[in-house]
Design a protein around this ligand. Structure first.
Ligand code: SF4
Length: 275
């Protein structure tokens, strides 16, 4: 089942309808700076480090690669126990204690306080689709009653509005597919700890694990449904349009992210740096 929107396109659409249209129809025009690419890599490293705390996690991206439209069906198979390896079903659940076992973790994990484990599967990049929106969740832990604990991993050190909007979209989509027990954002705390002060990678190439906060936003996100639905409806209209919106450049081109289409939109404009 194909989709019209994803997490990244939704966030792009909140910034600018023209950027959303370009993301869908002319993505080859995007230009990312070397610093933006390095930031993506750092984000991936932080995410990998958190996922490493779930040794039995099943990574759908390793199996399905870029065939993202296949993720929801495979996710449903795994969550419904249709193809869970017996070894995984019999294995020890990931405990809250393990979750908080990072030698450089700063703040606690609420799951840790509950001291509970996961009896169901743990999935990385689990796919869910509703309302023509596909989301891939970083870490999904299935509880004994079938409900889900979801962790969205962000390498930034503050819980930004953009992180909240990203999480709200995911909550909206997933809550129409499965029962959510909790939805939390995992974000970095301060700088990388000890060993290498300059963020250099260790022998694994993944860098030194950073401390993190886990913030449970379940109640807040559940209240966002109507707004998310309205935003999605508006964005689907933009995406289906055949003509590129003629949105003028402005301050919105730089926040919350530097838009990768600036050179395209500046055609005929001397410099955007005047903002
Ligand atoms: S450069 Fe500005 S106007 Fe153009 S797509 Fe990006 S945010 Fe929109």
């Amino acid at each position: 089942m194909t989709h019209l929107l994803s997490k990244s396109k939704y966030i792009r659409g909140l910034q600018c309808e023209r950027a959303l249209w370009l993301d869908v129809h002319e993505p080859r025009l995007a230009r990312y700076t070397a610093e933006q690419m390095r930031r993506f890599d750092r984000g991936r490293d932080f995410e990998y480090a958190f996922k490493a705390r779930f040794p039995d996690g099943i990574d759908l991206s390793a199996e399905l690669g870029r065939n993202v439209d296949l993720y929801p069906a495979r996710t449903a198979q795994l969550l419904d126990g249709l193809s869970t390896p017996q070894s995984l079903r019999d294995s020890s659940p990931v405990s809250g204690e393990q979750l908080g076992s990072s030698p450089c973790q700063g703040e606690g994990d609420r799951r840790e306080a509950e001291g509970e484990g996961y009896k169901g599967v743990v999935l990385f990049e689990a796919g869910f689709q509703y309302d023509d929106v596909l989301v891939l969740a970083d870490v999904v832990c299935q509880r004994e009653d079938g409900s889900l604990d979801i962790y969205e991993v962000k390498s930034g050190t503050a819980l930004s509005d953009t992180y909240r909007r990203d999480a709200a979209l995911q909550h909206y989509v997933i809550s129409h597919c499965r029962r959510i027990h909790s939805f939390s954002i995992v974000h970095a705390v301060g700088t990388r700890c000890a060993v290498s002060a300059d963020d250099t990678a260790d022998d694994s190439g993944r860098g030194t694990p950073r401390p993190y906060h886990i913030v449970d936003l379940t109640a807040e996100l559940a209240a966002e449904g109507d707004r998310i639905a309205a935003n999605i409806a508006e964005m689907k209209t933009i995406v289906r349009a055949t003509a590129e919106p003629d949105t003028p450049t402005g301050q919105h081109c730089l926040t919350p992210y530097a838009c990768p289409y600036q050179h395209h939109c500046q055609h005929g404009v001397r410099q955007l740096a005047m903002f």
